[in-house]
Ligand binder design. Structure first.
Ligand code: AMP
Length: 379
């Protein structure tokens, strides 16, 4: 049995956005030191980490030096090049393993691996040319969602196609060597299960969490999601199967569509804490970031028990449209928790922070979160 990495040790984080920041806050609370590496400056994680290394992920000499100075490496986004994690693992464990990243980095590989494991995924076909796109549309039927295989997130690199005459324009727009055509799902709702898996296979999950997107970006999450018990249990069992199958050590989010006939279909997975799990910081006994620390350090996982119904509202750069938001108005709600990521430039669509509300019911939590967010714009 591998010895656990105990408080006082130094943890390495690849990527320096808000997920790295919240990981670092959880790690420091537990008494760890955190070093972060990314090509950026003035970063959300760098502001709270012990050491910030600024270099390109492909600068493998500096990556090696970074890995020599830490006890374990994790990452906060899935597009870290595989050479980078390969170099790191010569010096310390990388958790989750680089093979999990490799699978999640490409929608086709990810969906194929899940399908082969007998797990329910949105129907999809591999597309590498306009001819293949036309054939896939015929065979699968339209409407469909045409998505790049690599580098897709928050709806980037995807286009909805409704009829055959839209196919050439969709192919030209995506301009990607490899893509998938997915069946368009007229879903009843979207939900996610965030879960952690330890070095010994221990599994703890949160959710299902109900998610509403706006312009393909997560807007609101609620927990608990009010769905029949069998749907909730199935979502958790599918998530457990995904983490076991991919041998994840760390945190992973599985996002689902719930169809109108109550069928669950996996849309995508993310091998790291997820935006829909941010409400766990305030609403659960152990949050997703502490769970990531515990899992990658080989420690027992904490309880994922929900302490209160809750809702999370994302704060995008748009909230700053007409100047500094009215923080006082939002903070008048005593059961509201404000989280800001320390980003300087509030561009439209950029995730700047979130707020979480705890209330006796999810409905009340959601209403208050929406009202408080709207109040930020009133002065
Ligand atoms: P993704 O980047 O694949 O997670 O997509 C972002 C959002 O686009 C999803 O959360 C859905 O709201 C929507 N979407 C993606 N794929 C589909 C699909 N096959 N059918 C319907 N909506 C989709």
């Amino acid at each position: 049995m591998t010895n656990p990495i105990l408080p006082g040790a130094t943890l390495g984080m690849l990527g320096s956005g808000q997920l790295g920041r919240m990981f670092t806050i959880a790690a420091r609370r537990l008494g760890y030191r955190v070093h972060v590496l990314s090509p950026d400056t003035e970063t959300p994680t760098g502001q709270v980490a012990d050491v910030e290394v600024r270099c390109d992920y492909q600068d493998l000499d500096r990556v090696a030096e970074f890995a020599r100075g830490v006890s374990v490496v994790s990452f906060e986004f899935e597009n870290v090049p595989s050479e980078t994690t390969e170099v790191c693992r010569k010096y310390c464990p990388v958790r989750p393993d680089g093979s999990v990243l490799h699978t999640s980095q490409n929608r086709y590989r990810e969906k194929s691996a899940l399908k082969e494991a007998g797990l329910p995924v949105t129907p999809f076909t591999l597309v590498r040319s306009l001819e293949e796109l036309e054939a896939a549309a015929k065979q699968q039927g339209l409407p469909g969602v045409f998505k790049t295989a690599d580098w897709g997130y928050d709806g980037k690199g995807q286009v909805v196609v409704r009829s055959e005459d839209e196919l050439p324009a969709a192919w030209a727009k995506l301009n990607a060597p490899q893509a998938i055509l997915e069946k368009f799902i007229d879903f009843e709702g979207e939900l996610s299960v965030v879960a952690a898996r330890g070095l010994d296979g221990q599994f703890v999950s949160y959710g299902p969490i109900g998610n509403v997107h706006s312009n393909h970006i997560l807007d609101i999450s609620v927990c608990p999601l009010l769905v029949p018990g069998s749907v909730a249990a199935d979502a958790i069992e599918i998530t457990r199967a995904v983490l076991d199958r991919l041998n994840v050590v760390g945190v992973m989010c599985v996002e689902f569509f719930l169809t109108k006939n109550q069928q669950l279909l996996i849309n995508e997975t993310a091998p790291r804490p997820h935006n829909s799990g941010h409400l766990t910081i305030d609403a659960h006994v152990t949050c997703q970031f502490e769970q990531q620390v515990r899992a990658i350090c080989g420690l027992p996982l904490g309880s994922g028990e929900l302490r209160s119904p809750s809702a999370m509202a994302n704060l995008l750069g748009d909230v700053w449209d007409s100047g500094e938001p009215n923080w006082t108005a939002a903070l008048r709600h005593p059961n509201l928790k404000l989280h800001l990521y320390g980003k300087q430039d509030p561009r439209p669509g950029r995730k700047m922070g979130h707020l979480t509300v705890l209330a006796p019911t999810v409905h009340e939590a959601e209403q208050t979160a929406k009202q408080a967010r709207a109040a930020l714009k009133f002065r």
